[in-house]
Design a protein. Sequence first.
Length: 646
Amino acid sequence: TDGLMATIQSVSAKLDRPLPMGYCNVGEILEVGPRVDGFSAGDRVASNGHHAEAVCVSKNLAAKIPPNVSDEEAAFTVIGALGLQGLRLAQPTLGENFVVTGLGLIGLITVQLLKAHGCRVLGIDFDKHKLELAKQFGAETVNLSEGEDPIGAASVFSRSRGMDGVIITASTKSNEPVHQAARMCRKRGRIILIGVVGLELSRSDFYEKELSFQVSCSYGPGRYDPLYEEKGQDYPLGFIRWTEQRNFEAVLYMLSEGRLNVKPLISHRFPFDQAEKAYAILGEKDPSLGILLQYSNQEKLSHDVIRKKSISVNFRQPENNLQSANPVLGFIGSGNYALQVLIPAFKNTGSILKTLASNGGPNTAHAAEKFNFRKITTETDALFEDNEINTIVIATRHDSHVSYASQALRAGKHVFVEKPLAINREELKKLESLYLESRSISPSAILMIGFNRRFSPHVIKIKSLLANVREPKSIIMTVNAGSISKDNWVHDSEVGGGRIVGEGCHFIDLLRYLIGFQIISAHAISMGQMPGDGITDDKVTFTLGFSDGSFGTVHYLSNGHISFPKERLEIFCGNRTLQLDNFNTLRGFGWPGFKKMSLRRQDKGNQACAAKFINAVQTGEPSPIPFDEIVEVTRVSFDILESVKN
């Protein structure tokens, strides 16, 4: 919908970005957060964090290690929980017969857990070495590489009754593992998929035996729930006995009791600086199982570094000199929008990108090298204290905008804030007051919001066409916003502020700019909620009244099809009409001397927005968007939200 070039740019930006590796680690706690209980500095824990010297995780993604469990054994905690969650779904009972298909790491752990439940286990694989390990753990085996028949073996193993359950821990595109599992099972048997296999199921396989089939979700309840994983809100024990964390604890308990033995599963050990060799082994034909990456104990990570949250890395000097007339920028945030849009836009202005502050790890380092930042840091205060940096660009989550903007104003720096300015009235009032106070200290300092659409070439053309129209105007803006998961932080009123405050402000500003008069009224109505949805501001129509008699209506909708253009603007005035389609094509109906304006690629004004801001910083001119208008638009977004709720 946005065109070929925009698509290529978006995809290239994704492919260009590194990903942090790993999800199983063991370490010693350096420090705990202010609302964390049950953990103390110095505790040994297994966690679901990435592979790194310093790892920051939620309290629900870590578990204490018993004293008699070694670090190497505990490193298998998270991957062991994958197998354990599959067992919880299968609900094995004493004396039942189970098949484990695929005897990799998870499969061999699953074999042991089933044996600990008092089950008889039949293991199936192609690898002789893995089959031998399964035998050591008490399973009988079927060697597929030697042509052994798994169906016949299962029949003999179950005394012709059929298996009570099959747990699939294999990784293959073939549909055969599920088909075999169905043929092995008794009537009403259970099949649990932990691995990744083909899922073209045969109806007759399941219909005739009334089999149950379930896919296991990772480590257990809590997985992918941001309230549990990010905010640390646990599920009540009385209602959900086994969560991610409690499964971690159960695996560690099994290790401590000696009922789970992972030492034979360790096939390789590498110092961390040879990690590439470890990953290379995964693609080789030689057998491998548990590959451990070991960090050096020679140099303990400084606790002071962590407490200050100040890890900095200096990069090569840029070609530009800091003594030049170009603005010197400090960037806060390295998320998708910053990397794909904001940083490139400011880079193209010729400004000096000095410091990038973020906790984004590999993303931040990659962005610094790609865009030629001099330095990266996790310490945002360093940007405000740096006298060479005269301009701060804020591209973080919405709840931090006011805090960072306030610090920048107190430091006498220019500020560019990716929308919104604030997410509630109290924040806005504080920032407005601080901005007015800062005028006496730095009267030329600019505070601007990234309302980029008013700088689009099409919008500039519309503004020029409307300049000679004296009568009131009516505007219809249709936004095919697309749905966002209800668990996304954008919907959190305390973090994202909701979609009208977080994104709808763009369209309030666009109408305010085109009409050119103050907004005097705002009325909104929202579509009825789906049961359990809880989202009230992503299917909204709001109408703005202006002091000159004009009005504008915005249909902000998340329930349209993705093939429909995202943004369409229509203006009616003086027996004439303008229609802007997705910032690609502008058409005029009844306009003397104007019929159509098309661009080769979509342009929402991001580059021009950054350029106008930087030009104002360089020349000392007023902000391209008056501060009063920014405050007005932000207040109206709150009015709309209240109108929706009321």
